[in-house]
Design a protein around this ligand. Structure first.
Ligand code: ATP
Ligand code: MG
Length: 413
C-alpha cells in the first residue's frame, strides 16, 4: 500500500491547487512539530468550521420531489438539528442520503408507502420513495448475504483527526457495533476526556468509575477496567472519565510516556481468554500525548473526514505527525482507512470535497460514504449505536457497509 504521504503533497491541499480555501491558519513546518513532552500538544480549537447554511448550495438537479399526483411524503419526524439539511425543501431524495427520507421510511418501511389516489401518470413503483425502499431492501439483502472474514490477528485502529466534530466518535462506535454484530469480538478504547464513546455505547463513566485514566497513569490492568456493552455480547469498552483531561500533563513526567497505552493493551490482548478481532481507539481532537499514545498502540489509522468546507485543513499536519510516529515510535503504523462522513449528496460542496479526498488518497478512502443522518445523530442520546437504534436506516446500512469493506480489505501488508 502506498504511503499517504506519497499521495498528497503539501501543495496539493493549498487553495491554489486543490480549489479549496482552507482558511488562514498555515501549517507549521515539520521541524516545529514536537512529538513528545508538553510541547507536543498541538490543539486544534477550530471546532466551529462549518460553513453557514446559506453557503451550502443545494444542487436541485439531484433532488426529486414527489409531485402533485402522488401524496407528498412528509418526514414524520422530530425536528432536525439546525445544521441538518432543510427537510421541507425535499420530500424524498433519490440517493438515500437524506435524513427526511430516512425518517419517513426507516421505522416501518412497509407501511410508509404513499397512497397514489387519483394517480394516473405515476405508479407507486415509479415514485422516489418506492425506489428508496427497494434500494434499502437491496442493501439489507446484500449485507445479510455476506459473511465477513475475521482477521487472523487483532487489528488495532486509531480513529484520529485533530479537527473537532468530524465524526471520530460516531465512526468508532458504529463501526465497532457493526463488526460486533457480524460476529467479531471488538474493543473500543475511549481515549477522549469528553467520554463520548462511552456515552454512545451506554457504558458507565461517572467520575468515580475506574477508567482508561487509571490504565495510563496508575498502571491498572485493562481487564479491571473493561466493561461489556449492553448492546452486543462481543462488544467491550474501556471508558474515559473526566480525569483523563489531566492526563496530558501528568503523562509528561512519567517513564515511557508515549508507550503506556500500548504496553497495557498488548498485555490485555495477550492475556485475554478469547482473542479480540478489532480494537478501535477514539482520540480527542488534538495531537497531544493521548493521541500519540493511541498512534503508538495501533497498527492502523482511520481518519474520518467530514464532507465540508474545511475538510482538508490540518490533514497534512496530521499526516506529518503520523509519519514522525512511524519513524521514531511505531514502524508498523500506517493510514489504512479514510472514511467520508456527513455526506449530503445534494450539495456540490460535499461532492467536491469527496472527489478531492479520493483524488489524494485513492487507496485509503472507502467506497462507502456516511450520509448526514438524523438517526445517526440521535442514537447516542439513547446510549446506542445507530446499528441497534435503527438498524435499517440508511445511516446504519452505511456503517454496516463501511465495516464490511474494512473486513474485506483486511489489514495492510
Ligand atoms: P470531537 O472532535 O469533539 O471528539 P468527533 O470527531 O468525535 O468530535 P462526533 O462526536 O462523532 O465527532 O460527531 C460530531 C457531531 O456530529 C455529533 O453531534 C454527532 O452526533 C454528529 N454526527 C456525526 N456523524 C453524523 C452523521 N453522519 N449525520 C448526522 N450527524 C452526525
Ligand atoms: Mg469524539
Amino acid at each position: 500500500m502506498k504511503h499517504p504521504q506519497d499521495e498528497i503533497d503539501e501543495e496539493a491541499v493549498t487553495p491554489a491547487d486543490g480549489g479549496f480555501d482552507h482558511g488562514s491558519s498555515p501549517e507549521p513546518p515539520a521541524e516545529e512539530i514536537e512529538i513528545s513532552g508538553s510541547d507536543a500538544v498541538l490543539e486544534n480549537t477550530d471546532d466551529e468550521t462549518d460553513p453557514p447554511e446559506d453557503e451550502v448550495v443545494a444542487d436541485e438537479s439531484d433532488t426529486v420531489v414527489v409531485e402533485a399526483d402522488a401524496e407528498p411524503v412528509e418526514a414524520d419526524a422530530e425536528p432536525a438539528d439546525a445544521d441538518m439539511v432543510e427537510m421541507d425543501a425535499v420530500e424524498t431524495d433519490a440517493d438515500g442520503a437524506d435524513a427526511g427520507t430516512e425518517n419517513a421510511v426507516a421505522e416501518e418501511p412497509e407501511t410508509q408507502a404513499p397512497t397514489t389516489a387519483g394517480s394516473t401518470s405515476m405508479g407507486f413503483d415509479d415514485t422516489p420513495l418506492a425506489r428508496e425502499l427497494s434500494e434499502i431492501t437491496r442493501r439489507r439483502r446484500a449485507l445479510a448475504a455476506e459473511e465477513l472474514p475475521l482477521p487472523s490477528r487483532t487489528r488495532v485502529f486509531t480513529v484520529a483527526n485533530q479537527k473537532g466534530g468530524v465524526g471520530k466518535t460516531t465512526t468508532t462506535v458504529n463501526l465497532a457495533a457493526a463488526l460486533a454484530r457480524n460476529g467479531a469480538r471488538v474493543l473500543v478504547i475511549d481515549l477522549d476526556p469528553q467520554g463520548n464513546s462511552s456515552t454512545a455505547l451506554g457504558i458507565e463513566h461517572r467520575s468515580e468509575t475506574i477508567s482508561v485514566y487509571d490504565v495510563i497513569i496508575n498502571d491498572v490492568e485493562m481487564d479491571e477496567v473493561v466493561q461489556k456493552s449492553p448492546e452486543f455480547d462481543a462488544l467491550y469498552c474501556i471508558p474515559a472519565t473526566i480525569h483523563l483531561a489531566g492526563a496530558e500533563i501528568e503523562l509528561v513526567s512519567l517513564v515511557a510516556r508515549e508507550q503506556r497505552l500500548r504496553t497495557a493493551l498488548d498485555r490485555f490482548l495477550e492475556e485475554s481468554e478469547e482473542p479480540f478481532h478489532y480494537v478501535f481507539i477514539d482520540c480527542p481532537p488534538s495531537l497531544g500525548l493521548l493521541t500519540i499514545n493511541a498512534f503508538v498502540a495501533a497498527s492502523e489509522v482511520l481518519i474520518p473526514i467530514q464532507c465540508e468546507y474545511y475538510a482538508l485543513e490540518g490533514l497534512s499536519q496530521l499526516l506529518t505527525n503520523i509519519q514522525l510516529i512511524e519513524r521514531h515510535l511505531n514502524p508498523h503504523l500506517s493510514v489504512s482507512t479514510i472514511l467520508l462522513t456527513m455526506y449530503d449528496g445534494r450539495t456540490n460542496l460535499a461532492n467536491q470535497v469527496a472527489q478531492d479526498v479520493r483524488d489524494h488518497f485513492p487507496e485509503q478512502v472507502l467506497d462507502t460514504l456516511i450520509p448526514r443522518s438524523v438517526r445517526i445523530s440521535e442514537a447516542p442520546s439513547y446510549g446506542q449505536s445507530v446499528i441497534s437504534y435503527d438498524s435499517s436506516s440508511p445511516g446504519s446500512l452505511s456503517y454496516l457497509e463501511a465495516a464490511a469493506e474494512i473486513a474485506r480489505r483486511g489489514a495492510p501488508n
